[in-house]
Design a protein around this ligand. Structure first.
Ligand SMILES: *[C@@H]1O[C@H](CO)[C@@H](O)[C@H](O)[C@H]1NC(C)=O
Ligand SMILES: *[C@@H]1O[C@H](CO)[C@@H](O)[C@H](O)[C@H]1NC(C)=O
Ligand SMILES: *[C@@H]1O[C@H](CO)[C@@H](O)[C@H](O)[C@H]1NC(C)=O
Ligand SMILES: *[C@@H]1O[C@H](CO)[C@@H](O)[C@H](O)[C@H]1NC(C)=O
Ligand SMILES: *[C@@H]1O[C@H](CO)[C@@H](O)[C@H](O)[C@H]1NC(C)=O
Ligand SMILES: *[C@@H]1O[C@H](CO)[C@@H](O)[C@H](O)[C@H]1NC(C)=O
Length: 238
């Protein structure tokens, strides 16, 4: 017997199916086609308020980087006009071409707001900003700069971030937990590197913290045979 309720629920199922065919995406492995590069403490250092010891704003315990800063803290250098920050700066992989990828598992405790937690540094020198990408948190929303919202409500849980910067095509992609959650254009510039931690922005909370683990840096594998002068068959990193 077909009741109105059955009809309603069938309609609902069809609607869900429709959404899944049209809109559902499955988690991907954004690192496919990329080669992981060596990464350890030789590839980064910590930027923190200039008047404090690193240990006052950063810890690395059991593989987890914990970075925190207060709204009233000093900038990274006495002469700097920038807002307070505690960030890991990956200065071992400055890049000027190619396709690069940052991966990390991040955790932002509730209360932390008005803060940048990850950056692709470097942009057109004539631009008013010095970055190609900022991932920020406003009241629990993970955002690309101030908008759009990439993922709402990311407080108090670990989430995996993959940021791909294709310098050649001038675009950026952000994956959260394996889902492509943002893509947009690059912002020029000839020189880039990745950073993560906490960097206070407008409307910052009194206290800001992010935690990061399993940081990995990747570079897209370029097949030598795809290049104009292919004399070798082996893979090379461009
Ligand atoms: C990090 O790895 C490099 C090799 O990529 C090695 O030369 C260096 O000694 C390592 N540094 C630390 C602190 O383990
Ligand atoms: C680090 O990991 C070990 C082993 O899992 C655990 O016993 C210890 O409590 C952890 N320490 C901290 C500070 O989380
Ligand atoms: C990356 O660039 C910075 C300048 O921003 C420089 O201090 C650092 O030595 C460079 N790193 C490498 C590995 O060349
Ligand atoms: C920056 O602006 C100057 C003056 O307008 C121009 O000459 C230069 O080419 C610009 N640089 C870039 C990278 O666009
Ligand atoms: C957070 O994101 C939700 C959904 O996108 C939005 O409605 C809300 O206004 C955002 N909150 C803030 C503080 O941006
Ligand atoms: C900062 O807060 C003010 C007032 O609450 C609000 O109008 C503005 O949109 C906020 N800016 C950002 C970047 O969140």
């Amino acid at each position: 017997m077909i009741t109105t309720a059955t009809l309603y629920s069938t309609g609902f199922l069809v609607l869900i199916l429709f959404y899944c065919v049209v809109g559902c995406s499955t988690a991907e492995d954004p690192t496919q086609g990329f080669a992981e590069l060596p990464f350890n403490s030789s590839y980064y250092y910590i930027q923190k308020p200039y008047d404090l010891d690193v240990s006052k704003r950063y810890s690395f315990v059991n593989g987890t980087h914990q970075l925190w800063v207060y709204s009233t803290d000093k900038p990274l250098a006495r002469s700097s006009p920038t807002r307070p920050r505690t960030e890991v700066i990956i200065n071992g992989y400055n890049y000027t071409s190619g396709v690069w990828q940052f991966e990390g598992n991040a955790y932002v405790p509730s209360g932390t707001s008005g803060v940048c937690i990850m950056q692709v540094f470097g942009a057109d020198p004539n631009a008013t900003i010095t970055t190609t990408l900022m991932l920020r948190v406003y009241s629990g929303n993970l955002t690309y700069y101030t908008d759009p919202v990439i993922v709402p409500q990311i407080y108090d849980r670990w989430f995996r971030v993959n940021v791909i910067h294709d310098m050649d095509a001038s675009n950026v992609k952000v994956y959260v937990d394996g889902f492509l959650s943002y893509q947009g254009s690059g912002r020029g510039g000839a020189f880039h590197f990745f950073k993560f931690g906490v960097y206070a922005q407008k409307n910052d909370s009194d206290y800001m913290e992010s935690r990061w683990k399993e940081i990995k840096i990747f570079k897209k594998i370029v097949h030598a045979s795809h290049k104009k002068h292919h004399c070798k068959k082996n893979l090379e990193f461009n």
